[in-house]
Design a binder for this molecule. Sequence first.
Ligand SMILES: [Zn+2]
Ligand SMILES: [Zn+2]
Length: 398
Amino acid sequence: MTKPTPLDTLRQWHPEFTALRQDIHAHPEIGFTETRTAAIVAAKLKEYGIEVHTGIGGTGVVGVLRRGNGQASIGIRADMDALPIHEETGKPYSSIVPGVMHACGHDGHTTILLAAARYLAQHGDFNGTVNFIFQPAEEGLGGALAMLKDGLLERFPCNFVYGLHNSPGMALGKFAIRPGPAMASGAFFDITIRGRGAHGALPEMGIDPVLVACHVNTALQSIVSRNVPPAETAVVSVTVIQGGDAYNVIPDSAVLRGTVRTALRSTMELLEAAMRRIAPGVAAGFGATAEVDFRFIFAPLVNDAQATDDIVAAARAVVGEENVSTTNGFIMASEDFSFVMEKAPGAYINLGNVAPGEAGATGVQVHNPGYDFNDEAIPLGAAMFCELTQRKLPKDFA
Ligand SMILES: [Zn+2]
Ligand SMILES: [Zn+2]
């Protein structure tokens, strides 16, 4: 009799892990408040016989599983946080918390990693150490950085790190990755323009910050077209302009807010420098001032060549050669696991999440109140991580 594959075993556990995913879905928690989720994760890891460390970077949890005497180690990461969105899926296991929902599938990611942890603890055939990293606060709140600051990679050294994200635009049973730069770096900014208020009919008595804000926005749009090398990707979006609240009053101040995305960290640095130069410079031309608050939130996500080969081979072992693409497009959205991948070589792969026949091959996108993670992806994602571990930490490694 041939030994069952990780996928065979994980499929047998499917009802149990579907129930777990739906329970986490019904009880979503915003970044850094994932106490219930973290407690479930810690309890499950302990139940599987895995060494558990809690409270890392706030609500983060790390499970450590060692086999044999191998010195090699890897980290596999899942995110646990939900979003401030009011759920409208109508599912029986919908969020019981008004205004909070798992609209990015992190409930699925957490469940996938728990399923992989159980398999590896009970049936894993490898030599070395696997660190199961359950991260809080991925959604722009700095969970990855918090874990790093708390000594994540010093306390749990990883030669390589891996992660995945569900992709509602891709069919179930498919994986896709982009080697090299794959997801954008992201920053948020606030620019406060200070002029001098006046009667709306007497502009000569004031310095109009609303007019200055318009010119600053226009000038900022020259950064991508005139400063960023055309072969490098970048976006500057001013998404908020606020100033004044009366028809006949020129206000004292106005505020511009928005986001910046780039493919490379160096482009992000160029963009920040340009914004800090242009906004005060334009404002000064009008006799106003501009104060720039620029906050770097996401590092660019860059897939390491070796780590990409590892995760692609593991995915192919689960779903077959033809179902794993290495030509994924560059994604202008961001992912904070990138900060960990700047410290240890890693790879981050997309997992298909669209059920056959659902909404014409593209599902409801993440961050939408109608989005739900597809439970059928749990055994596929988990089996991929099990194959990855057994291949990356082989027993016969000399
Ligand atoms: Zn998200
Ligand atoms: Zn996400």
